[in-house]
Write a protein that binds this ligand. Sequence first.
Ligand code: G3H
Ligand code: 13P
Ligand code: ZN
Length: 309
Amino acid sequence: MPLVSPKEMLKKAYDGGYAIGAFNVNNLETIQGIVEAAKEEKAPLILQVSKGARAYANSIYLKKLVEAAVEESNLPIALHLDHGDSYELCKSCIDDGFTSVMIDASHHSFEENIRITSEVVKYAHDRGVMVEAELGRLAGVEDEVNVSDADAVYTDPNQVEEFVKRTGVDSLAIAIGTSHGAFKFKGEAKLRFDILEEIQKRVPGFPIVLHGASSVLPEYAAMINQYGGSMAGAKGIPEDMLRKAGSMAVCKINIDSDLRMAFTGALRKHLYDNPAHFDPRQYLTPARALIKECVKHKLVNVLGCNNKI
Ligand code: G3H
Ligand code: 13P
Ligand code: ZN
């Protein structure tokens, strides 16, 4: 089976009241952990590559690793560009064979966001590639995503219908209170389900995407803290809120930080328990295993996309 488009996956998820997991990948072990989990849970997958991941691993390596995952697992897997920040980057990924791209022009004005997104849509659709865009701005910090709390803005439901119509985009990432990274809130997490509900009314049947959706699982934070790291103050989105969003119009949920924490926690523990180990296979094996466990948990208990193929 070749790489697939996420279009059909998202439609089924919308109709079925669940969400597809979109997991960020940077290396072999992460891809293997995610794919092993999806195989056991019979779940469709979106593997996504950021600009930072491309710079780290080189697009060709990542593309070939994902193709190997498809060949080995026979799962429906879509390869998606996460947070494409320019037409050129989206074009390059489309030319490389990605089946989906995100153009994140949300930091521009509404009109400019529409202009840039429409250009990407034209190039992508002519080649059968799906496009995700973003309206509203999430707070948070990652390699290539850096928005302060003050610059974050909730998505305005009044703009959604016009944006979707004028751009022809296939899915839309919205800002309703989630945030990138492992330090999402000082106080309590609060998602604006009222905004999500209103958006669903304005564009019925249209797939919505939630970024910044790691729960920052306390067991991984504790593991990192226990074995020499520091995750003091780390806080994520409660899982029941994500389940609720997935039962509404949210069909794609992006998860990166939880995987990073699982990987790092397992690796730290292994090296702490085995100070004489220096073969990377020794510490990457438990790191990969904890990624798998984490993804299985997400697929079954958070996304509800197990047994959907
Ligand atoms: O939302 C951003 C993703 O977590 C990717 O982060 O830019 O550090 O690869 P990155
Ligand atoms: P987290 O940092 O919450 O995992 O979000 C990841 C994400 O949105 C990738 O685009
Ligand atoms: Zn994101």
